[in-house]
Design a protein around this ligand. Structure first.
Ligand SMILES: [Ca+2]
Length: 370
């Protein structure tokens, strides 16, 4: 008759014999010796398993049989024979867990030891340098300080390892929702840690598998002939603005819509007006525009490719943007109003090394996310 991990057998002589019980489905898959666990955890496993066998089995024949089986199971999990034999030998010497002498020995020791011990806790990582050996080296120095000596007294500092967080612990929340009838551990659905944004210049939609359109609208910047500087950056204005009631014409910078000022963006693109889209990739945490490339580096996903664009020299300050390879136009914008103007960009050899660059070549660009 099985009870927990004990199998109680009544022999033909009406004697009670106990054996260790395991279900048929038990694969005896103990912690693999190569597993990323502190050494002492793995060294203790053969001892504890052997102790359990010695405690539960009531005859020598059964005990030896089960210990032999244990050796096979542990070998399968790559425990060295020496470690297995040492654990079993230690368990045999100490005897069953339930003997009074062993129990009192362990409880007394542990309660006394608790008051004498200061654990030096670090998170376990086999790649970390063993900083506890430094702890040992400076221990005598610590006692030189009167205050520290009082704190430490004759206490023993022991090396203690905290288990590092597993992937599951990072991904799940262990908080229970008491409103639920059956509390369960749920996957963390908080997406705050994911998502990166970028502007897709010249388009009203987003590309890429995770492309989420935040808004589309109109590209805009300062007047192309503003004297002496002014704001250089290009903006993506939403198509559904909220308009304040205040209005000033003095001491204010004028904001103009952007026109493609050449036909090099697309056939007949000159004077057409440039739309834009603010996009979010919710599966990435970085987005970047790379000038001079039309493909992303390994491990990065492409959002869109295009041609580098900027305001002309001789005009007011501007910045470089990446205009989509297949740009769209804002409806009915063919008239050349010359507000904020965008031209294609050419590379110039000199301080810019050629090769890898070439003189008077247009510049690709690509927006990549990871
Ligand atoms: Ca226009």
């Amino acid at each position: 008759m099985p009870f927990l991990d004990i199998l109680v057998i009544i022999t033909e002589e009406n004697k009670i014999v106990t054996d260790i019980f395991s279900k048929d489905t038990d694969t005896h898959m103990y912690l693999n010796f190569y597993s990323n666990h502190p050494k002492h955890v793995k060294l203790n496993i053969p001892f504890n398993l052997a102790s359990r066998i010695i405690t539960i089995t009531s005859t020598d024949i059964l005990r030896n049989k089960r210990l032999e089986e244990l050796k096979v199971y542990l070998k399968k999990q790559h425990y060295p024979e020496q470690v297995i034999n040492y654990g079993i030998q230690k368990a045999l010497t100490k005897g069953p867990i339930i003997t009074e002498s062993r129990r009192s020995e362990t409880t007394d020791e542990s309660s006394n030891n608790l008051n004498k011990i200061i654990p030096f806790i670090t998170t376990y990582n086999p790649r970390d340098y063993d900083i506890f050996s430094f702890m040992r080296q400076i221990e005598t120095n610590l006692h030189k300080s009167e205050r520290m000596d009082k704190v430490l007294q004759k206490k023993k500092i022991i090396n203690s390892k905290r288990q590092s967080k597993s992937l599951k612990r990072y991904l799940t929340s262990s908080k229970f929702d008491f409103n639920e009838t059956v509390p369960i551990v749920k996957k963390c659905t908080d997406k705050r840690w994911h998502g990166s944004t970028y502007v897709r210049w010249g388009r009203t939609s987003c590309a890429g598998s995770n492309g989420e359109l935040i808004y589309s609208g109109y590209t805009a910047g300062q007047y192309y002939k503003s004297p002496l500087g002014g704001p250089a950056n290009t903006l993506c204005l939403p198509n559904n603005p909220e308009i304040p009631t205040s209005s000033y014409t003095y001491h204010a910078i004028d904001l103009y819509g952007t026109e493609y000022e050449t036909n090099y963006f697309r056939n007949n693109s000159q004077d057409e007006d440039m739309p834009c889209a603010l996009c979010r990739n919710n599966g990435s945490s970085s987005s970047v525009m790379i000038p001079g490339r039309r493909t992303c580096y390994a491990g990065w996903n492409m959002e869109y490719t295009g041609m580098l664009a900027a305001g002309n020299h001789g005009h007011s300050a501007s910045n470089f943007i990446c205009v989509d390879n297949n740009p769209e136009y804002i409806l009915s914008g063919k008239a050349g109003n010359d507000g904020h103007l965008m031209y294609v960009v050419n590379t110039k050899c000199g301080p810019l090394p050629c090769p890898p660059y070439e003189d008077n070549r247009q510049v690709y660009c690509v927006v990549c996310s990871k």
